[in-house]
Write a protein that binds this ligand. Structure first.
Ligand code: GDP
Length: 198
């Protein structure tokens, strides 16, 4: 897919105030510093569409970007556990779960994972939450340029093992990306394009 236009439309913290248009949405989420803003800028070819920063804990907003006038790229904030849970069950910030559970335009979520790190509990909890809620999603491994190809495959295999141990039958569809090298860009955009054409 060629990106002809990418424009910021609106930021808000209330799913009910998201754009009232029947366009397909693809939502990007992950822990702070995972490389989400860099990936969004790399995908759209706009250097500062999403704000990059090495500071964790940026503003908690749902950001809608309209791409090619026919789909939305949604930049969700870094997730964390909500402080309301008395049980051991992971509970995420309300507006994030409301977005995933209520947003009818959502076609697919993308959970970003830093390919260098061992599986983190919060990422696994979020992936399990999406699975249990039957919300379609893929994994995007980020920062692949920081490790070699062999190590990357080993880390993905370790991730798959963790997911199988958590009850998954197979690792969900995944992409390996580097914003520095623009790798994984065509695969991701073609994936989105193929769904939009269906
Ligand atoms: P966000 O908090 O998830 O939006 O993360 P950012 O996009 O702001 O990236 C966090 C840090 O990781 C920044 O210092 C980026 O320059 C760096 N970074 C992000 N993506 C990549 C990548 O693909 N390769 C490398 N080497 N660094 C990256």
């Amino acid at each position: 897919m060629k990106i002809n236009s990418a424009e910021f439309i609106i930021s808000n913290s209330d799913v009910k105030k998201c754009p009232n248009e029947p366009l397909p949405e693809y939502a990007f989420i992950g822990r702070s510093n995972v490389g989400k803003s860099s990936l969004i800028n790399m995908l759209t070819g706009k250097k500062s569409l999403a704000k990059t920063s090495s500071k964790p804990g940026k503003t908690q907003l749902i950001n809608h970007f309209k791409i090619n006038s026919n789909w939305y790229l949604v930049d969700l904030p870094g997730y964390g556990y909500a402080k309301v849970s008395k049980s051991t069950k992971a509970v995420f910030q309300k507006f994030i779960t409301e977005y995933f559970e209520q947003r009818e335009q959502l076609v697919c979520g993308f959970v970003l994972i830093d390919i260098r790190l061992e599986a983190q509990k919060i990422d696994l909890d979020f992936i399990n939450y999406l699975g249990e809620s039957q919300i379609p999603f893929c994994i995007i491994f980020t920062k692949a340029d920081k490790i070699g190809k062999v190590k990357a495959q080993q880390n993905i295999a370790a991730y798959r093992k963790k997911l199988l141990a958590a009850g998954w039958e197979e690792i969900p569809q995944y992409f390996v990306t580097s914003s520095l090298e623009s790798s994984g860009r065509d695969e991701l955009l073609d994936f989105i394009d193929d769904i939009n054409k269906q």
